[in-house]
Design a protein around this ligand. Structure first.
Ligand code: SF4
Ligand code: SF4
Length: 340
């Protein structure tokens, strides 16, 4: 394990940014968000960012291709420029797990090369949680907030920050910082983990379980009469999908710039009435069907297709942001699982 005095954190950020682009969560109007590091920017004291870290690999909008036409000739241009290595610092355990969920979507055949390219160039430095919120329930999905996944895991104590490399990429990053960081034993980290686990044991959603969900209850859950009352007040605003680190619906459109065609991809939401609209119409014509789709996908379809892994990481963002206070916890409490 490596250690750095907290007073040296700006020097560490500067050293990383000298070699690669560095992103870190900073305070901003409306809540913390990831920004590119420049001198003077400091790590937020907030637990998590308003928007998740998925933008780094699956951005809200991206240009996929351009087409130039001259007579009957069409030139296809690949506009990708994401060839530089980058580091994302301060990713919480929930968001760190979301990457392995997104990998199961974008890195299976046919591989999404745009996503793959960014995954290959990105190094994740995750940051263990010290003050979980009452909306956190990552432990429901087997995530340890005190020991997050990532290329490097970091633990911040009152006076120092500790690092442990977990992948080859992580080893390389720490090797480049050897002038700043020193060897340390893990006593302080172990003590912090124990203290935070006690806090997590008292969280209001501690007893929420996935009991009653999974791939083998598909028709029972699909036909449950409770979807009607659960979905009744949903505004179909899509906020829950846009703040969610694991939601991965998108739309692809062509746009005529006047000088050619740009094909772009942007996030979409299964909560929208025109989502997956096709020539024959929309397969889900009511808000009940759209609402049911979002939660069936996370709690039943995704585990059915991915060896039991659920499509939620318990980050709590949808609990905090839904304007009508509807969320996945209420769905889990109503349709299965232990009442939390
Ligand atoms: S469904 Fe809600 S709690 Fe689960 S990962 Fe998405 S935003 Fe977070
Ligand atoms: S569940 Fe809430 S956040 Fe999601 S679409 Fe409905 S009203 Fe909007």
């Amino acid at each position: 394990m490596k250690k750095l005095s907290l007073s040296q954190l700006p020097a560490l950020f500067a050293a990383i940014a000298e070699k690669e682009t560095l992103y870190l969560p900073v305070d901003a109007e409306g809540g913390a968000r990831f920004e590119r590091f420049t001198e003077g920017k400091t790590l937020t004291g907030e637990l998590n960012t308003v928007r998740s870290a998925k933008d780094f690999f699956f951005p809200q909008t991206e240009n996929l291709a351009e087409f130039k036409m001259e007579g009957k000739n069409i030139e296809v241009i690949d506009p990708r420029t994401e060839t530089e290595d980058f580091v994302v610092f301060g990713v919480r355990a929930c968001d760190a797990r979301s990457f392995s969920i997104l990998d199961k979507v974008f890195l299976v055949d046919p591989v999404d090369t745009y996503y793959k390219n960014r995954r290959e160039h990105g190094t994740i430095v995750s940051l263990a949680c010290t003050r979980p919120h009452e909306t956190c329930f990552c432990q429901t999905f087997g995530i340890d907030a005190t020991d997050p996944e990532g290329d490097v895991t970091a633990w911040k104590t009152d006076d120092a920050i500790y690092f442990e490399a977990k992948t080859e990429k992580g080893d390389r990053l720490l090797a480049n910082l050897s002038d700043l960081i020193e060897e340390a034993d893990d006593t302080a980290v172990k003590e912090q983990k124990e203290a935070v686990k006690k806090v997590m044991d008292r969280l209001p959603l501690k007893s929420l379980t996935t009991e009653g969900f999974g791939g083998d209850v598909m028709m029972e859950k699909f036909n449950a009469p409770e979807w009607k009352s659960l979905s009744e007040a949903c505004l179909g605003c899509g906020t829950c999908t846009f703040v969610c680190p694991t939601c991965q619906c998108y739309d692809i459109r062509d746009f005529n710039t006047g000088h050619g065609i740009k094909r772009f991809r942007c996030w979409d939401s299964c909560m929208y009435s025109d989502f997956t609209k096709m020539a024959h119409g929309n397969p889900r014509t009511s808000q009940l069907e759209r609402f049911r789709q979002r939660f069936m996908h996370k709690l039943v379809y995704f585990p059915a297709n991915n060896e039991g892994e659920f499509g939620c990481v318990g980050c709590g963002r949808c609990l905090a942001k839904c304007p009508i206070s509807m969320n996945i916890v209420k769905v889990m409490r109503t349709l299965g699982g232990k009442k939390a």
